[in-house]
Design a protein around this ligand. Structure first.
Ligand code: SAH
Length: 539
């Protein structure tokens, strides 16, 4: 008979959340070793196994007993709640074995069977608070020095981890959770959402949603797990939720605009990525400096005054928690004007700040990415400085030349009207409309999705340029001499047709090629078939 150690995590406590392997392992064992409460929890699964249950603090002797029995040829189930490898018996069992010179290949067989740990079961009951980087910290200083625990809380608080506090409090250990709260308040808003889950999936289950400041007003005990949100965690309808991404993006005309999957990996869609900047730091991470020294109560009262007094960036979650977002928009000095004033440059640097991003684009505009909870304020300042503001993304952008600084000014009003009527319109894919003031077309209108060239008092219309790639080509001329008073309406109808009939993400040139006719203008296949000679290799 060969012995075996089965180190089993049986999950939060109800039979539905035990894995099949854990269930079978319990059944195939000869002996069950575990804390009495745990043995009681799995009683219904037993079929005559010998039970060795000792007190809570005798974990080492339980592990020693288990090893001894296995060495004598018994199949021994050592049970832990949750996962046996998370403040459970798995490590201890190995430590006892190693102490005795055990080797994996020659020694008694060990199988560690995973279970659902409290961080997972409690998170599920709260909503989705552990969506982002998270850690577990046990506040039990029974086997770990308090100084080390303190250091870990401090580091986790500072680094904006979602934190699951295990063993937060017991009959004798009551100060640890108070100390932990004080450390957390140094780095996080008093309004940070906190979930308290007692006895998840057991008969006495109890769930409380609170915040960092008020959490100690509720019952916290041996069977509670305390989940502290990060700086973007929020409450919604009695659920505690941490967004999957750190920031949510939005454009002017859409409050919340999650990135589409194909955009995620683009550098400009993720300004906070390593490649983009290693300095990026969301405001939410910044320390709140509380100055009160003294009792926790004085400390908490100061924090309360701070939120009631309305500190920048802090609001009570139940009132209206500000959600920090990357506000993304494009600014230019005008459809025809290409000149910046010094005041405009100063305004730009003010609104963008140290941590925002300003990027010059091919569209004669500067794209801004600003982390803020007050986009309206930013828009107001930019408008005051006479900036033209446009949304970014899959929208229509009107690009125009500088009309030779106004000398060739006849077409300017049409370009401006097009911008006013259509600029920023949401479309299946980004679309550029180029307007040039003379036949030189030096600003490249014919290379845009739709191009207008003003010549001899009327417009020439170009459709379907392929603006990038090895097979790039200009748009094809579909009409000449369109009367100025017809142009805005015509362009609007073309764009409307594209908006209605194009597939999502279908660029204008592909759409034109596919449908063959747009507003009566026909597509002609003019892509030249060029024979490419084989390269002459050096002889
Ligand atoms: N191995 C266990 C943790 C043991 S430490 C696991 O992975 O979950 C004991 C602590 O775990 C408790 O103080 C409590 O913080 C947490 N805990 C365990 N079971 C729990 C449950 N059902 N509900 C809430 N918290 C629980």
């Amino acid at each position: 008979m060969t012995g075996k150690l089965l180190v089993i995590g049986f999950g939060p406590g109800d039979y539905k959340h035990i894995t099949e392997r854990a269930r079978n392992a319990i059944q195939e064992s000869d002996i069950i070793i575990g804390y009495k409460t745990y043995v009681d929890l799995v009683k219904g699964l037993l079929s005559g196994q010998q039970i060795i249950s000792t007190g809570m603090t005798e974990e080492v002797s339980r592990a020693q007993e288990a090893v001894k029995q296995a060495e004598q040829g018994k199949k021994v189930a050592v049970i832990s709640s949750g996962d046996a490898g998370v403040y459970g018996m798995a490590g201890l069992v190995y430590e006892v074995l190693i102490e005795k010179g055990w080797k994996k290949d020659s020694g008694v067989e060990v199988e560690v069977i995973p279970g659902i740990s409290a961080i997972n079961s409690c998170a599920a009951l709260l909503g989705a608070p552990v969506m982002h980087d998270a850690c577990t910290i046990s506040l039990s200083d029974h086997l770990t020095p308090w100084k080390l625990i303190e250091k870990r809380i401090e580091a986790a608080a500072q680094a904006d981890f979602v934190i699951a506090l295990y063993n937060p409090k017991s009959g004798r250990r009551t100060r640890q959770i108070v100390e932990a709260q004080q450390i957390l308040l140094k780095y996080r808003s008093p309004a940070t959402p906190v979930g308290l889950v007692k006895s998840a999936y057991r008969d006495s289950q109890n769930i409380v949603m609170t915040n960092l400041l008020d959490m100690l007003d509720h019952e916290i005990g041996m069977l509670t797990t305390v989940i502290i949100g990060n700086s973007s965690t929020f409450f919604y309808d009695d659920l505690m939720i941490t967004p999957r991404g750190y920031q949510r993006k939005y454009t002017l005309n859409q409050a919340v605009q999650p990135l589409k999957p194909h955009q995620r990996l683009q550098k400009d869609a993720e300004p906070w990525a390593l490649e983009q900047s290693d300095e990026f730091k969301p405001d939410g991470n910044e320390a709140v400096s509380l100055t009160a020294k003294g009792t926790p109560r004085e400390f908490a009262e100061e924090a309360l005054r701070m939120i009631e007094g309305g500190i920048e960036g802090f609001q009570h979650p139940f009132v209206n928690q500000p959600i920090q977002t990357i506000f993304e928009l494009a600014v230019s000095t005008g459809v025809a004007n290409k000149k910046f004033t010094p005041k405009q440059m100063v305004t730009l640097s003010e609104v963008v700040g140290e941590e925002g991003v300003m990027e010059y684009t091919q569209d004669h505009s500067i794209k801004l990415q600003i982390l803020t909870s007050h986009p309206d304020e930013i828009v107001r300042k930019l408008e005051e400085a006479n900036f033209l503001i446009s949304p970014v993304g899959d929208v229509l952008t009107v690009k125009a030349c500088d009309f030779c600084d106004g000398e060739k000014k006849d077409a300017i009003p049409y370009a401006e009207e097009l911008h006013e009527r259509l600029g920023g319109m949401e479309l299946p894919k980004e679309l550029k409309l180029g307007v040039n003031g003379c036949g030189m077309a030096c600003y490249g209108a014919v290379k845009e999705d739709i191009g207008l060239v003003f010549r001899k008092g009327a417009f020439d219309l170009f459709l379907g340029a392929k603006t990038a790639g090895r097979t790039a080509h200009p748009g094809q001329i579909v009409a000449e001499g369109i009367a100025p008073d017809e142009i805005v309406g015509l362009v609007e109808r073309i764009i409307q047709e594209y908006k209605e009939k194009a597939y999502p993400n279908e660029r204008f040139y592909k759409f034109f090629k596919r449908v063959k006719r747009v507003q009566g203008f026909s597509y002609q296949d003019i892509t030249p078939k060029i024979k490419i000679d084989a390269a002459v290799c050096g002889e």
